[in-house]
Write a protein of this length. Structure first.
Length: 318
């Protein structure tokens, strides 16, 4: 029997807040959960983990660290049981894909991507015998997919977000520039805090603490963090053609991230991603094969043409 947020959150007053974490793989999500759990109580909030069948219920303000979905706040609003908000963590999309590919596919960590063919397609190879190019195409545009729709509504997807992700989002229609616009509006809503993975070692915890509890009595200090560091023994160095293919496959996320970064850092110059700050490798073997070279003009031609002027949002935040 699945556990719902209503089974665990019992607010004591209408001013209590349920904060829902919307995670993305390889954006610091494990460190975020560990830090929040370590600071619970002293931080003035309780932790709800719907993946923990033995977890306790919470009264007062709470943070839902596992099992929440974009759209859950609409249910909270309808039941008039308290206030609701979201936060998420993001990372430059190609860097995130490289980390995800190395961790889940090349090293078969957690095994979930090494027990079935890529994107659960019978004709596809199985990790670790998959190229980065194949991975980037199979699990493309995860930010845009996640934040452009209300995943609480099961009739909009056969599987829900995580199941749809495992299946390469095959149950969903192709993305359009309008999806990028909707995702951007969602991510810049005042009821959704975006933390960049890179800032979790600096200002991120203060920003999250302020979002959870206001500026008083800050408690989320970086010294309390048990960081989840994944050392990559394979030293994956993608070739220029691989990076070009990944950029084409993930053009919606690349554009969304650029819009979001410009909003978070107005007037600043975006730093060069780490994977571009060293000479890319012309390596050979399973992790480096590509079928053809993609010219930079093809990358530019495939980018969605969107602006930051969207007016619709896939859910109503509270």
């Amino acid at each position: 029997m699945s556990i719902a947020w209503q089974d665990r959150w019992l607010p004591a007053s209408p001013s209590d807040v349920l904060t829902i974490y919307i995670p993305q793989d390889k954006t610091g999500s494990t460190s975020v959960r560990r830090t929040l759990k370590a600071q619970a109580g002293a931080g003035g909030y309780c932790i709800i983990d719907l993946h923990d069948s033995g977890g306790r219920s919470c009264s007062g303000s709470a943070v839902l660290v596992n099992g929440g979905h974009l759209g859950t706040c609409e249910d909270v609003e309808k039941q008039s049981v308290g206030r609701c908000q979201y936060f998420t963590t993001v990372r430059e999309p190609i860097a995130r894909l490289l980390s995800e590919f190395s961790y889940f596919c090349l090293k078969c960590s957690e095994r979930k991507f090494c027990v079935a063919p890529l994107a659960r397609s019978r004709s596809a190879p199985t990790c670790p015998n998959v190229t980065f190019t194949q991975w980037a195409a199979a699990y493309a545009n995860q930010y845009t997919r996640q934040f452009s729709r209300d995943w609480r509504r099961q009739n909009r997807s056969t599987y829900g977000y995580y199941g749809s992700y495992l299946h390469g989002f095959r149950d969903l229609p192709p993305l359009t520039a309008e999806d990028v616009q909707r995702a951007f509006i969602t991510l810049t809503s005042p009821y959704l805090l975006v933390l960049e993975a890179e800032e979790l070692s600096a200002t991120g915890w203060d920003r999250l603490d302020g979002f959870l509890r206001g500026p008083r009595n800050r408690s989320l200090k970086v010294a309390a963090v048990v960081a989840n560091v994944n050392h990559d023994p394979s030293h994956l160095a993608p070739s220029a053609p691989q990076l070009a293919h990944a950029t084409v496959s993930n053009a919606f996320d690349v554009q969304l991230y650029e819009l979001l970064w410009s909003r978070l850092h107005p007037g600043a110059s975006k730093p060069r991603p780490a994977y571009q700050s060293h000479r890319t490798s012309p390596c050979t073997g399973a992790s480096c094969r590509v079928n053809k070279t993609v010219a930079q003009d093809e990358v530019e031609d495939r980018r969605p043409h969107v602006t930051a002027s969207a007016t619709t949002v896939p859910y109503r935040a509270v």
